[in-house]
Ligand binder design. Structure first.
Ligand SMILES: Cc1ncc(COP(=O)(O)O)c(C=O)c1O
Length: 393
């Protein structure tokens, strides 16, 4: 239906949506999907299939007749398994009965977290370039997004000084995402400790999106929630999409103080009711053999990362070596075109899809995001094509 149709008695779409842009990634991949033989370094999806024992658990549950609703918070056995996993991996203790909620991906957990905490006009700080959903989700809750640009020269780290510059009396939340989509940045413990001190000084709340935590290639990952005094003011979000290659299962979870989980639960029970039971069964199985499954994928991604970085070096394409996640974010500023123009030309001339950096916020302009989660053969061919494309310019 055309919303501007003169026969329509009133404007249909809510005002809050009028200025909300469509995701830059989505638009770009509409073009990609209409073409043949494209090598895609674009999508944020693992190149692996979900490990077989996880798929089997879901199939087995279906055969046994697991076709109903679960409790709103999620299956208790899954919350217990999440609690044990988070304690072992991140050294944070959450009660499965009142401090964990199972959600439809980290996407839903993030939306619930923001809606549970943000009053109109509250400011939400986050480091940028960042995951495409942060600003829209904040705006949908009538909050004010406050991006903090980070720089390649600094390995896209977030510093306390940058935060002090942006904080105001209206600031309420800081979103952290390390390892970062799209830059692959990680944050050393010392920097996290500085940020924790900043959070306490300004009485803020942290939402930490830990979806790439297991895909950390150099140092073991540390969560801000594990710092003294931080558990009480942190929402810890995690999920199965990336490290377990389970994007299609749509499963995540949030850990937080009981008061916050209760508030998130109110929204979840009226909007989602519960996460799908077969995905919850699969996630329960995923947590039984987490270390072996993840180690194999992480080792493969590390090799792919090293290959991609070595290739960019040969092409003289400046980049900051990604320390985590599965993306490299090389700089194309010297090529005197926008990241959108670069990505479209590369697609047209060489049939390689990368994501324009501008999709990740204004400070992503001048960069392209290249996923190295694809097969090594595709990666090798993509690097030959990008090198040829650059040589012709
Ligand atoms: C940083 C980040 N957070 C959240 C998500 C969404 O994850 P999920 O599939 O669990 O909804 C993504 C997906 O790309 C992501 O990169």
């Amino acid at each position: 239906m055309n919303t501007n149709d003169s026969k329509c008695p009133r404007k249909i779409i809510a005002k809050n949506l009028h200025d909300l842009p469509r995701s830059g990634i989505r638009d770009f991949f509409d073009v990609v999907s209409s073409m043949h033989d494209v090598i895609s370094l674009g999508v944020g999806e693992p190149g692996f299939d979900t490990p077989w024992h996880i798929r089997e658990a879901s199939v087995f549950a279906l055969e046994k007749g697991a076709t109903g609703y679960t409790p709103n918070l999620g299956l208790l056995k899954l919350r217990e398994a999440c609690s044990a996993y988070v304690k072992k991996t991140f050294q944070i203790d959450y009660s499965p009965k009142e401090e964990i909620i199972i959600t439809v991906g980290v996407s839903e957990a993030l939306d619930l977290a923001i809606r549970a905490l943000v009053d109109p006009g509250d400011e939400v700080l986050y480091h940028e370039p960042c995951y495409v959903s942060y600003a829209p989700v904040i705006r949908l809750a009538y909050g004010k997004p406050v991006p903090i640009p980070t720089q390649k020269e600094d390995h896209f780290r977030l510093t306390r000084d940058q935060l002090e510059e942006k904080v105001t009396s209206k600031s309420k939340i800081l979103i952290l995402n390390f390892p970062t989509n799209p830059t692959g940045a990680t944050l050393p413990s010392k920097d996290l400790a500085d940020i924790a001190a900043f959070i306490c000084k300004h009485n803020l709340i942290v939402i930490t999106d830990e979806i790439y935590a297991e895909l950390s290639y150099e140092e073991p990952h540390v969560s801000i929630a594990s710092f003294p005094g931080m558990k009480e003011r942190t929402l810890f979000l995690h999920g199965f999409s990336k490290a377990w290659a389970m994007t299609g299962f749509r499963l995540g979870y949030a850990c937080a103080p009981p008061e916050i989980i209760e508030a998130m639960m109110k929204i979840h029970q009226y909007t989602m009711l519960c996460a799908p039971i077969l995905s919850q069964e699969a996630a329960y199985e995923a947590l039984q053999k987490a270390e072996t499954d993840i180690a194999a994928m992480r080792d493969a991604y590390r090799k792919h990362r090293n290959f991609m970085c070595a290739s960019f070096q040969k092409m003289n394409l400046p980049y900051a070596e990604p320390q985590g996640a599965f993306y490299a974010f090389p700089n194309i500023k010297d090529l005197e075109c926008s990241s959108q123009e670069f990505a479209l030309k590369l697609l047209e001339k060489e049939k390689v899809a990368v994501v324009p950096g501008s999709a990740f916020g204004a400070s992503g302009e001048g960069y392209i995001r290249c996923s190295f989660a694809t097969s090594l053969d595709d990666l090798k061919e993509a690097m030959v094509r990008i090198a040829r494309f650059l040589a012709r310019r």
